[in-house]
Write a protein that binds this ligand. Structure first.
Ligand code: NAP
Ligand code: 8YV
Length: 321
C-alpha cells in the first residue's frame, strides 16, 4: 500500500512523477471542495509535500490527525508552523544548500542590473534612441563598493564569497556574530548608513518582520540600493515605495514582495527599480535538485524513518541516520 500524500500547490512534472511512484498523491490543485476532502480523507494523509509559498495552513494541518511529515520544496519555511508541527511530533524538512549558488547569483544579477540600469538601457536601444556615441546616461560601478548583507547564513555567505571578484568591501548584520573576516554590525541601521548596497537574505516570519523599516531605508539613503531576495515581509513595503518615489532611497532590486503575486503598482514606471517574480532559485538545475531533495526526505521517512534535511525546530524529533 502506498502512503497517502497531500501535495499542496504546483510542482514540476519530474517531482510529481517521483511522488506518484511512491505515494497515493492528492493534489490540492485538483480538489474542488477542500472541506469535504479533509472530512473524508484527512485521517488517511500521512505526508504533505508543499512549497515555501503555499506552506501548510494551520487549519489544514489541524485536520490531518495522522500527519507524520511535511516536506517543503524551498529552504524558507515561514509559511509552515514548524514549532506547532514539532509539538505534534510531525517532522518538517526543507531544501537548504542546493540552491545557495543560484539564489546568490540572482542577488548579484540584481545588484549589477540595477546599478548598471540594464533594463533602462535595453529600453533606450529598443526605442531607437541610440543614435551615436554617448547617448545613454552613465551608470554606477559596483567595483570595490561597500556591500552590506543582512543575514550571513548559507546564502548570505555564498553572496559574500562571490562578490569578492568585484573587490567589494563586505559587512553584515545578524543576531549572532559569525567567525568571518567580514565586518560585523550589531545594529542594522548603522550597517545601512555605512554601505552603498544592502542585500536582504534572512528568513521570513515574525522574528524578521519589517526589520528594514523607514529608519534603515533612510540610513541607506538617496545614493543607496536595496536588494531584497529574502521575503517581502522583511521590508516595510509601504515605506520602501514611498522612499523610492520621493528619492529618499536611490534604487532597488526586488525578487520578493509582501503580498505575492501582487506588486505595488507605483513601482512599475520606475527605471531605478528592477522587479522579479520570486525567481531566486528558478533555474532548471536548482529546481531539479530542490525537487529531488523534497522527494528524498519523504521516501527516506517512509522507508526507514530517517530524513536528510529537517528544519532546526524539528532537529530533536527527526532521525537523520
Ligand atoms: P540560513 O542559513 O538559516 O541563514 C539565515 C541568516 O539570517 C543567518 O545568518 C541568521 O543569523 C540571519 N537572521 C535570522 N534572523 C535574523 C534576525 N532577526 N536579524 C538578523 N539576522 C537574522 O538561511 P539561508 O539558507 O541562507 O536562507 C535564507 C532565506 O532566504 C530563506 O529563509 C528564504 O526566506 C530566503 N530565500 C529566498 C529565495 C528566493 O527565491 N528569493 C530562495 C531561497 C531562500 P542569526 O540567526 O545569527 O541572526
Ligand atoms: C522557492 C524560496 O522558489 O527556497 C526558498 O525559500 O523562496 C524559493 O527557492 C520557493 O520556496 C518555492 O515556493
Amino acid at each position: 500500500m502506498k502512503p497517502d500524500l497531500l501535495l499542496v500547490g504546483g510542482t514540476t512534472p519530474r517531482t510529481l512523477s517521483a511522488l506518484e511512484e511512491r505515494f497515493t498523491v492528492h493534489r490540492t490543485t485538483e480538489i474542488a471542495d477542500m472541506d469535504a476532502f479533509l472530512a473524508e480523507k484527512g485521517d488517511a494523509i500521512l505526508g504533505v509535500a508543499t512549497n515555501g509559498h503555499d506552506g501548510l495552513a494551520p487549519e489544514v494541518m489541524a485536520r490531518l490527525p495522522n500527519l507524520e511529515i511535511i516536506s517543503c520544496y524551498g529552504v524558507g519555511y515561514d509559511a509552515i508552523d514548524a514549532k506547532a508541527a514539532a509539538a505534534r511530533g510531525i517532522v518538517v524538512t526543507h531544501t537548504p544548500d542546493v540552491l545557495n549558488a543560484d539564489v546568490a547569483n540572482t542577488a548579484i544579477m540584481l545588484l549589477l542590473a540595477v546599478s548598471r540600469r540594464l533594463l533602462r538601457d535595453d529600453a533606450f536601444l529598443r526605442a531607437g534612441k541610440w543614435t551615436g556615441f554617448g547617448g545613454a546616461p552613465l551608470t554606477d560601478s559596483i567595483e570595490g563598493r561597500k556591500v552590506g548583507i543582512l543575514g550571513l547564513g548559507r546564502i548570505g555567505e555564498t553572496i559574500a564569497h562571490k562578490l569578492s571578484v568585484f573587490n567589494c568591501e563586505i559587512a553584515y548584520h545578524t543576531r549572532t556574530r559569525r567567525d568571518t573576516p567580514y565586518r560585523y554590525y550589531d545594529r542594522l541601521v548603522d550597517l545601512a548608513r555605512d554601505v552603498d548596497y544592502l542585500i536582504v537574505i534572512t528568513p521570513g516570519g515574525a522574528a524578521t518582520r519589517k526589520l528594514v523599516n523607514r529608519e534603515v531605508i533612510e540610513a541607506l539613503g538617496p545614493n543607496g540600493t536595496l536588494i531584497n531576495i529574502a521575503r517581502g515581509s522583511v521590508v516595510d513595503e509601504k515605506e520602501l515605495v514611498a522612499a523610492l518615489l520621493d528619492g529618499r532611497l536611490g534604487a532597488a532590486g526586488l525578487d520578493v514582495f509582501e503580498d505575492e503575486p501582487h506588486v505595488p503598482q507605483a513601482l512599475l514606471p520606475l527605471d531605478n527599480v528592477i522587479l522579479l517574480p520570486h525567481v531566486g532559485s528558478a533555474t532548471v538545475e536548482t529546481r531539479r535538485a530542490m525537487g529531488d531533495l523534497t522527494v528524498e526526505n519523504l521516501v527516506r521517512y517512509f522507508t526507514d524513518g530517517t530524513v536528510t534535511s529537517p528544519v532546526p525546530e524539528c532537529a530533536a524529533i527527526a532521525k537523520t541516520g
